[in-house]
Design a protein around this ligand. Structure first.
Ligand code: ADP
Ligand code: ADP
Length: 236
């Protein structure tokens, strides 16, 4: 079962109003377990809109979207929210951590909202995730005290709290210096390899994109080139 399967996804904003515009014009995309896929394309081409739809933050205007084999366009809002919380992790360009909470508390947040884990298990999982992103010495530091790269690593740990099958990363390295960007990328690569987590990774950095399994190009709301054949042949 593919982790993500989109067929004929269209998205219009301001439907029924004079300024109605279609931003995605029929996107087909399949993402398998363990695939690490870079998403490139000019600013305004629809990459964030696409990620918001795949991440169940926004609904498509038409088309179908299955996550882990579950068709989502038929689901009610509360069912979408539940599936999103359990199946999808997000990392954005700006980390959106809670500054007044410590690193480890930020990682606990998604688990506190769900019913899966007891308090002991939440604490253990959060500590293990903080360790896996190399931040144990800073686990009790307030998020605001951490460097940009450290904050983004906390954001990755938080995104993994519910053990999602899909990680959506919208320019997670866009705001970082080269060294910190490499560390965050290496972390995503490791998560992908070790857990088989499928990743959609929006980036403007061709060098990082070339280290993914596939590259798709979004231009004017269409996928113009899906470079998966080349990627597979190169054994990446
Ligand atoms: P990208 O992530 O590739 O920069 P976006 O998905 O953010 O592109 O935007 C694609 C287009 O959709 C842009 O023209 C943007 O202005 C428009 N757009 C995005 N979100 C909205 C919205 N909520 N309402 C109206 N237009 C939007
Ligand atoms: P990026 O280029 O990083 O995607 P944008 O500035 O395009 O950032 O979009 C930031 C947010 O604003 C997104 O959530 C997008 O959906 C929303 N947005 C973008 N364009 C519009 C618009 N024309 N009207 C309303 N919301 C928009």
């Amino acid at each position: 079962t593919p982790v993500v399967q989109l067929t004929g996804i269209r998205k219009s904003f301001n439907v029924g109003e004079p300024n109605e515009t279609e931003v995605l014009h029929g996107i087909d995309l399949t993402l398998l377990r363990g695939e690490f896929c870079a998403v490139m394309g000019p600013s305004g081409s629809g990459k964030s809109t696409l990620l918001n739809i795949v991440g169940l933050l926004d609904r498509p205007t038409s088309g179908t979207l299955a996550i882990g084999g579950q068709e989502t366009t038929v689901l009610a809002d509360h069912e979408l929210t539940r599936l999103r919380g359990h199946a999808v992790g997000f990392v954005f360009q700006y980390h959106h951590l809670i500054g007044a909470f410590s690193a480890v508390e930020n990682v606990m947040m998604p688990m506190l909202g769900a019913q899966e884990f007891g308090s002991e298990e939440i604490a253990q999982r959060a500590a293990a995730l903080i360790d896996s992103v190399g931040l144990t010495p800073w686990r009790d530091s307030l998020a605001t005290r951490l460097s940009g790269g450290q904050q983004q690593r906390v954001a990755v740990a938080r995104a993994l709290a519910m053990d999602p099958i899909l990680l959506l990363a919208d320019e997670p390295t866009g705001n970082l210096d080269t060294h910190s960007a490499d560390l965050v990328f290496d972390l995503l690569r490791r998560v992908n390899r070790e857990h088989g987590t499928a990743i959609l990774f929006v980036t403007h950095n061709p060098q990082l994109a070339s280290r993914c399994d596939r590259i798709i190009q979004v231009v004017d709301g269409r996928i113009v080139q899906a470079d998966d054949e080349a990627g597979r042949k190169a054994g990446r």
